[in-house]
Design a protein around this ligand. Structure first.
Ligand code: HDL
Ligand code: ZN
Length: 435
């Protein structure tokens, strides 16, 4: 006797599934595209700032065009060198970039195409000979309404900022008591301390904490108190640091000792994850400023040792080298306290996002965070998420197609569950925001 529930050839069994209707493989692309397209994103790493941070909150066409990704491309595509570019004011710099990369050249790169996607989202002329129309449009925007519009167009519910506790401008704003827009969350960025201890300790001392350059017990205690006070004020979702491709741990260096004696105890005491962004080779070409950073392949061993020795600390890790991505997936299979995230910086390009996301699904299922925008200018959310959603949807469609082909039907509810986890829930759960 065939038990209708177990009889996979029995259409009644399929139709009566407790999860509602199953999707045919041919329905998947549309269904997954709709569900992923509608899923609000919790953007876990950006350089955006809430409106209360004033001039730190960058938006509009002149900021979009002066993005350091485009500055690097300007120097490749025109005779304009750093001397000329850096001698101009911001609007002249934007005019130059528009002329060279969008009028005299075809905007084929990810970063130039991103600006096109933003202009198009606001029905602005993407073939304009100059920036008059775009400037007039953004000049009319009310900043607060513009944030609502951009978040809506991008499908973003929340963003995490990058907050430097040693930045004098930012610190003053944190001293104020006015409420922070609840969609903007803090991340406590520790580069100025971990990577620049020689100046970092003096900045901490200037804030009244009893520390000096030697990492004595008393200095370690003083830095711990500094972090406690900053965490009290910022309420960050995690601590973060960008690390060079040469990063090692343990390491007999100020950074190695600060991670061991300060960062990890602080993460435990405040139940905060530690985000490591590994693989940067800063100032490969110092002449072009922020555009001059490069990358290098890193040693996964440092991450493995940190995760193995601190099973009670949650780590967020993204790596800048494409060559480290498969290793990162394998390490995540070994350590449940390791959450891989994003296709960072030079990896944030459709061809590489696709490769990384597909291998992550194959190795990790839906237990990772596929993307963060790293947006520096507000409207970048629109294109960075438009481009990534499409690729994440394609990778998920393929995964569900493979599942159906292997004999397990799929429902819309399951697709929605996995899209929510990938684009929002996995991170919220990691930082204790998921109910
Ligand atoms: O260190 C970082 O957070 C990097 O994302 C840098 O800010 C880099 O300049 C960048 O903007 N990458 O997208
Ligand atoms: Zn960043």
């Amino acid at each position: 006797m065939s038990d209708s529930v177990c009889d996979k050839t029995n259409p009644v069994a399929l139709a009566e599934s407790p999860n509602g209707g199953f999707l045919n493989a041919s329905e998947l692309p549309m269904a997954v595209g709709q569900i992923v397209g509608a899923q609000p994103v919790f953007d876990l790493h950006t350089h955006l700032f809430a409106p209360r941070f004033g001039a730190l909150n960058l938006w509009g066409i002149d900021e979009l065009l002066n993005y350091h990704y485009l500055i690097a491309e300007l120097f490749r595509s025109s005779g304009a060198g750093p001397e000329k570019y850096f001698s101009l004011d911001k609007s002249a710099q934007a005019d130059l970039i528009w002329e060279e990369l969008f009028v005299r050249s075809t905007p084929l790169s990810e970063a130039t195409r991103g600006v096109i996607a933003v202009l198009s989202a606001f029905n602005l002329d993407t073939r304009a000979p100059d920036l008059r129309e775009a400037r007039a449009f953004f000049a009319e925007c009310d900043p607060q309404e513009h944030i609502e519009t951009v978040f809506r167009l991008a499908g973003v519910s929340d963003v995490v900022m990058t907050n430097d506790p040693l930045d004098p401008v930012e610190s003053q704003i944190w001293e104020r008591s006015d409420a922070l827009d609840p969609r903007f969350h803090a991340a406590l960025r520790t580069d100025g301390i971990l990577n620049q201890w020689d100046s970092g300790w003096m900045a901490i001392a200037s804030k009244g904490f009893d520390v000096d350059g030697d990492l004595t017990e008393s200095t370690v205690a003083g830095v711990r108190r500094f972090f406690d006070s900053v965490i009290e004020r910022m309420r960050p979702l995690y601590l973060a640091v960008s690390l060079p491709d040469t990063f090692d741990f343990p390491e007999d260096s100020a950074r190695g000792r600060l991670i061991k004696q300060v960062i990890l105890p602080v993460c435990r005491a405040h139940n905060l994850p530690f985000a490591m962004m590994i693989g940067v080779r800063r100032a490969v070409n110092p002449a072009i400023g922020l555009a001059g950073d490069g990358l290098g392949r890193s040693d996964m061993g440092a991450v493995n040792r940190l995760c193995a020795e601190n099973p009670d600390v949650r780590f967020l890790v993204t790596m800048l080298s494409r060559e480290n991505q498969h290793e990162l997936c394998v390490s995540a299979r070994k350590f449940s306290n390791l959450l891989p995230f994003g296709c960072w910086w030079f990896l944030n390009n459709p061809s590489i996002i696709e490769e990384i996301t597909r291998e992550r699904i194959e190795l990790l299922g839906a237990t990772f965070v596929p993307q963060h925008s790293d947006a520096r200018i507000l409207e970048q959310l629109i294109y960075k998420w438009k481009h990534s959603r499409r690729i994440i949807a394609n990778a998920l469609t393929e995964a569900f197609e493979n599942l159906i082909a292997d004999g397990r039907p799929v429902t819309r509810d399951e697709i929605a569950r996995d899209a929510e986890r990938l684009l929002s829930g996995n991170f919220k759960n990691w930082v204790g925001l998921q109910n």
